[in-house]
Design a protein around this ligand. Structure first.
Ligand SMILES: [Zn+2]
Length: 243
């Protein structure tokens, strides 16, 4: 798993709301509301008892309801970034603050719990900063994709010969069946890891079936029963998930 290993994922009900609880190797409880996806998600340290999670959420109920009420409040956080300190970046579905340090050494990106630290030489322009971050996102994906391919190959009984990462405008992934090569969209590094996994499984399913037909979707359902909810989330369609 990227950065923060997820030990457990479950849903709990608090005051009629369905909350996704992720137990991760993090230090703090971190609550996020995604109105467009009707999703409330909380990351908590691995050993946090349910009662602590519940009372934390109960304290935040007015705040949660306020955020849920905001219609179409989903701002595109990645638009028109200037790549300066204080801006928000998405990494694996979580929001981070960008902190830019100008120092005289080769460009570097590293991440702490809430902050993406971008080190660039003084005077580095916007395009170059964007490029450094893009390459960092690419590295993140190139670390995760092979693990997913390795996980799914024996389950799906297909083999992927090659994969690549491309900043595509219109598709999340593509598959060249004859070459057994899949391409994944660079933007997936900004989405939840489950969404990358969904796209990898989708593209690998094409190694069984070229078309998006009944057989294809039947296979998807066999491999990844909740693929439809993941697809809707990826495409920004709201899908109310039940607890
Ligand atoms: Zn497809």
């Amino acid at each position: 798993m990227p950065r923060h290993k997820i030990y457990q994922k479950k849903h709990i009900q608090v005051d009629g709301l369905c909350i996704e609880v992720l137990r991760k190797n993090v230090k703090n409880l971190n609550l996020r509301v995604y109105p467009a996806e009707h999703t409330i998600r909380i990351s908590v340290p691995r050993r946090t008892p349910d009662e602590i999670v519940r009372s934390f959420i109960e304290d935040k109920l007015p705040w949660i309801r306020k955020h849920l009420a905001k219609k179409n409040s989903r701002k595109p956080p990645q638009k028109n970034l200037q790549y300066t300190t204080g801006e928000k970046l998405l990494v694996w579905g979580d929001e981070y603050e960008l902190q830019v340090n100008e120092i005289n050494s080769p460009p570097k990106v590293n991440v702490t719990e809430q902050v993406v630290h971008l080190k660039v030489r003084p005077g580095t322009n916007l395009n170059k900063r964007a490029m450094v971050l893009k390459e960092w996102y690419r590295t993140q994906l190139k670390e995760e994709i092979p693990k997913l391919i390795e996980k799914w190959e024996p389950i799906m009984k297909v083999s992927v010969r090659e994969f690549g990462v491309k900043d595509m405008k219109t598709r999340w992934g593509t598959c060249n069946i004859r070459a057994k090569r899949i391409w994944l969209n660079l933007q997936l590094a900004k989405k939840r890891p489950e969404l990358l996994e969904y796209v990898v499984v989708h593209e690998m399913t094409h190694l069984h079936e070229r078309l998006h037909n009944k057989r294809f979707y039947g296979l998807m359902t066999k491999f990844l029963p909740d693929w439809k909810a993941l697809q809707d989330e990826l495409n920004g369609r709201s899908s109310m998930r039940s607890c």
